[in-house]
Design a protein around this ligand. Structure first.
Ligand code: FE
Ligand code: FE
Ligand code: ZN
Length: 289
């Protein structure tokens, strides 16, 4: 069975109980959450997450907690040239991994960082990663560095940058989340050369390091570096290519998570998951845009 799900919310009084129920309502068997608002580092007290009910529901719905992903807030910058801000990022991500450990989550996706134009930033970033891993060495948690679109001064815009970050770090602690929109947007032509792009990834990093896929179409053509996600089959990547990722036997055991935009204020995930499972594009999901 394919592992497919989406980003779901984790809020209100329901918190993680609501997350599981939302995922189940989409017929998903995996999902991704933020532990707080995506743009801030505030965290509710531990009790609010409703851990016991959450874990009970996962069992009831036969969802494996190792297939779930926590996304770090996107304001966190492990590469920040400003030491104080970098230390905040290290401290925050350390606490986030410890919170995940307490809740039972094992995988965190993080945007590697932003150089803000400083050539040394990628080295700072690697040091930050090493510190975070060291601070959390007794946990069963893994950091997944996301492949980025290359917008502005984002780090992780190509496989070589990610390979540099991963080099020498333990395989059981740091790996990669492959975002289909971002890689296409950064210039990897998966539409015309799916195999070639994966071969390249394998050569530079190793395909076994991909532990999650963000399955998104792209609003912009190859190499645009704009990072704008589109609904499945409605963008420049297209349904056929996205299906290749979902049904690639090499990715059979890893979660694929949709981060596609809402349509008219509504989550499109149930319909998108359905068309992926049916392997049939649904042209009625969305009007011309
Ligand atoms: Fe992301
Ligand atoms: Fe993503
Ligand atoms: Zn994105």
């Amino acid at each position: 069975m394919i592992k497919i799900g989406s980003h779901v919310s984790n809020k209100g009084d329901e918190m993680l109980v609501g997350s599981v129920l939302e995922a189940v309502s989409y017929d998903a068997n995996c999902f991704m959450v933020y532990l707080g608002a995506p743009q801030n580092s505030y965290r509710k007290d531990f009790e609010s997450f409703r851990k016991d009910e959450f874990q009970h529901l996962l069992k009831e719905h036969k969802i494996n907690i190792d297939d779930l992903i926590v996304h770090a807030p996107y304001i966190i910058n492990m590469a920040n040239p400003d030491l104080e801000k970098r230390e905040f990022a290290i401290d925050f991500l350390t606490r986030e991994l410890l919170l995940m450990e307490d809740l039972g989550f094992t995988k965190m996706v993080v945007h590697p960082g932003n150089s803000l134009g400083d050539k040394n930033a990628i080295n700072y970033l690697k040091e930050s990663l090493i510190k975070i891993l060291d601070n959390t060495k007794n946990t069963n948690t893994m950091i997944l560095l996301e492949t980025m679109a290359g917008k502005g001064t984002e780090i992780g815009r190509n496989f070589e940058e990610l390979a540099f970050l991963l080099e020498g770090l333990p395989k059981e602690r740091v790996n990669v989340c492959f975002d289909t929109c971002h890689t296409f947007d950064s210039g990897y032509d998966t539409v015309n050369d799916y195999e070639g792009v994966l071969e390249k990834f394998d050569e530079v990093i190793g395909l076994e390091r991909i532990k999650a896929i963000h399955l998104n179409d792209s609003k912009n053509p190859l190499g645009s570096q704009k990072d704008r996600h589109e609904n499945i089959g409605y963008g420049y990547i297209g349904f056929e290519t996205l299906l290749k990722f979902v049904y690639d036997p090499r990715f059979k055991d890893i979660p694929k998570v949709l981060e596609t935009p809402y349509i008219d204020g509504k989550a499109p995930y149930k319909e998108e998951i359905e068309m992926i499972k049916m392997k049939k594009f649904n042209p009625k999901l969305k009007g011309e845009s």
